[in-house]
Write a protein that binds this ligand. Structure first.
Ligand code: C2O
Ligand code: CU
Length: 494
């Protein structure tokens, strides 16, 4: 079922509830003339040209930026109750270079605590750097300072809030933005030359006809909520202009709370050049690229001929509830994300380079092994769904050290998942190489920071703890599960 049919089915089913929705729309006065008003759900216009979020680039080694988190972001040209940074969702794209200093003043104009996580950045987790334990209360500001290491890979990262308990709500409501590390100009294997470089931050949400974010049910939280509208840079099914023969680089980020993506471009193959912010050794031609929540893929696209081509996501089965909560299946359904419109006089672009500036993997074998287990059970007290979501049988406790690692160690972790749902494993600060997964997906061979652990399966990963000391977290990147307690702490000691 596509998002469109899902929305129209919801509209049909929602007719009984029309009165309440119409009252809500009338009461707020928002969106009065909007096409979706009174239907129970907000429908954003499709087919508008894709907009790039505002860009904040560093200058002379420094980027100082203010991010104000507040309700009232515009979507589809309308004021809504969606949350934004500086009034927009997504927030501005932050562009830095290796060796830069990134100073972010985060101001909280929400009615609940928030904070900021620079997802994928290899920066210190301590003090006012990428510290997930920081709490920024309503009405206050916090000054983050991130020092990007000089040897940081150039690539695609993102930022989002990380205050335990409200992460899913805040991301679902619109708080997310792109963070790019650009290479220093100079020698080394070149980045592929492209005519256009775009970010495609994919998020999903559900808004009622009054422009309010729709609350998830207990079942939604248990399976991981999926929004009825899948957005690209905050737009519904936008168009992407292209020229036949000219190459574009698309930095696709899965910023959805729970939805997995399997992206493909009609009549085209994708040239996968980077994943989770690190280059592959060489471009890989793919029909489809899978992105769990949090993953990023940089793909190169070259339209063969004029025409419209749908950028789609195919269904991804995330498993189900087994015998819990009366069963249920969690599928990330197929939908059209955007349409590439190729037009104009064809051009000839240089071929992609045969080699990309990939990172050399950490040398040496693992000095320690650990096993981590994601579990779901009935009767949890902490979770709003009435279920328990744990790591190694425990719900998140920010005071407890769950793993203690010596700085410099290279470790092999076996992440097991006896539950009937797939869980995306994410570790902050220290990216890992996937060695194998139980479903036989061929590993990429380059560092990544989220790996989907199959239902009733496992993932084996190698983690070099060779960079920053400090305390941070690992968790399920289904943000409803993280909020319910499927998160644990790690202390890397110098
Ligand atoms: Cu993108 Cu701890 O998260
Ligand atoms: Cu999970």
């Amino acid at each position: 079922m596509s998002a469109a049919t899902s929305i129209s089915r919801r509209r049909a089913l929602g007719l009984a509830g029309l009165g309440a929705a119409a009252v809500a729309a009338g009461a707020t006065g928002w969106l009065g003339g909007f096409s979706g008003a009174g239907t129970g759900r907000l429908r954003l216009p499709a087919g508008e040209p894709l907009q790039d979020p505002a860009v904040a680039p560093s200058r002379s080694g420094r980027l100082a930026v203010e991010l104000t988190a507040a309700p009232g972001a515009r979507l589809g040209g309308q004021d809504t109750a969606a949350l934004g940074y500086n009034g927009s969702t997504p927030g501005p794209t932050l562009r830095v270079r290796p060796g830069d200093e990134l100073a972010v003043r985060l101001t909280n104009r929400l009615d609940q605590p928030t904070n900021l996580h620079t997802h994928g950045l290899r920066v210190s987790p301590q003090a006012n750097s990428d510290n997930p334990f920081v709490r920024v209360d309503p009405g206050t500001s916090f000054d983050y300072l991130y020092r990007i290491p000089p040897d940081h890979p150039a690539g695609t990262f993102w930022y989002h809030p990380h205050h335990h308990g409200v992460v899913a709500d805040q991301v679902f409501a619109g708080l997310a933005g792109v963070l790019l590390v650009d290479p220093h100009p100079g020698p080394g294997a070149p980045e592929p030359a492209v005519s256009t470089d775009r970010v495609l931050l994919i998020t999903d949400t559900t808004l009622d006809s009054g422009g309010q974010i729709v609350d998830p049910t207990a079942m939604d939280r248990a399976m991981g909520r999926q929004g009825e509208m899948v957005l690209v840079n905050g737009q519904y099914q936008p168009t992407i202009p292209a020229t036949p023969g000219a190459t574009q680089r698309w930095r696709v980020i899965n910023g959805c709370v729970s939805r997995a993506l399997a992206i493909g471009l009609q009549d085209h193959q994708l040239g996968l050049i980077a994943y989770d912010g690190t280059f592959l050794p060489a471009p890989a031609t793919r029909d489809r690229v899978v992105l769990a929540p949090g993953n990023r893929a940089d793909v190169v696209v070259r339209p063969g001929a004029a025409g419209p081509y749908a950028l789609r996501t195919d269904p991804v089965e995330r498993g189900g509830m087994g015998g819990m909560m009366g069963g249920g299946t969690a599928t990330s359904g197929p939908t059209t994300l955007a349409t590439m419109i190729a037009a104009g006089t064809p051009v000839t672009a240089p071929p992609l380079p045969a080699a990309l500036p990939a990172e050399t993997p950490a040398a040496g074998g693992a000095s320690a092994q650990r096993q981590i287990t994601f579990q779901m059970g009935m009767g949890g007290m902490a979770a709003a769904s009435g279920m328990s979501f744990t790591v190694d049988g425990r719900t998140f406790d920010p005071q407890r050290d769950d793993q203690t690692v010596e700085l410099g160690a290279i470790e092999d972790w076996l992440v097991t998942n006896p539950s009937p749902l797939a869980h995306p494993f994410h570790l902050h600060v220290w990216p890992f190489t996937v060695l194998a997964t139980s479903d036989g997906t061929p590993p990429l061979g380059v560092p990544q920071d989220v790996v989907l652990v199959p239902a009733q399966g496992w993932a084996r990963i190698r983690i070099p703890f060779t960079t920053h000391p400090g305390r941070s977290v690992y968790h399920c990147h289904i943000l409803d599960h993280e909020d319910a307690g499927m998160m644990a702490t790690i202390n890397v000691r110098a």
